[in-house]
Structure formats: C-alpha cells, structure tokens
Design a protein around this ligand. Sequence first.
Ligand code: FES
Length: 139
Amino acid sequence: MYSQTVMEHFMNPRNVGQIEDPDGVGEVGNSVCGDVMTFYIKVKDDHLEDVKFQTFGCGAAIAVSSMVSEMAKGKTLEEALTITPTLVAQELGGLPKNKYHCSNLGAQALGKAIRDYAQKKGITIKGLELKGEEDEGEE
Ligand code: FES
C-alpha cells in the first residue's frame, strides 16, 4: 500500500502551519475527494526562505504536502516550479494509483503560492506559465 516514506511523513509531517505575513498563498482543492491544501511561502533573495502548509485531507495528501515543503524550502522560485507531481511521488517512494491526484494537489498548491507572489510583485518567473490555474484539482 503506502511506502515507509509516505507513512513517516504522514506520522511526522514537516512544516505544518501557517506563515504570519506570507509573501504568497496558494490554496487548491479537489472537488471529488473534498481535500483542501494551502501553501504559504516566504521569499528572500529569490529563494523560498520558508514554506508551510495546512492540509485537510487524506494521509497521502498530508505526506505529499510535507514532502513538497521539504523539497521546495531553500530552492529558488524557478527551481521550485520544476517540482512535478511525478517527482513528489518518486521522492515518497511511490503512491498507489488512486492517490496520484494527491501529489498533483501538492505541486499545484506550491505553484499557486508562487504565482500569488509573482502577481503581487508584478514579476514573471520562468516555469510559471506551465502552472496554469485551469489544471487545479485535476485527477
Ligand atoms: Fe484527495 Fe488524497 S484523496 S487528496
């Protein structure tokens, strides 16, 4: 079923919570399962200085959020935008097929938080155009 890494991140999720005065916020939900994920980012010198999340969802969604936050922290915005659902699932040692959408949510929520930051600042970031809002909640 679930890999040990998934179980470990589910039991001890990293970076849970909210950032006070965040530079960007991204919330996504999946209309089928009803799960909701919110990512908060703090940006300094083009890098993700801090990443936190709040997830109301399944165990896989919590493990995904935790992994995405770890993968993204310290990266440049451009690098963080290269985090794909497939990469997240790989880092977690795989996900059951019917849980792939959970990894989509994680990558989308992070991408949306970065988009929010870019919009507030009026800047463009390479890779952002690939993170269309239209794919939100996609299976
Ligand atoms: Fe929907 Fe996991 S079941 S995010």
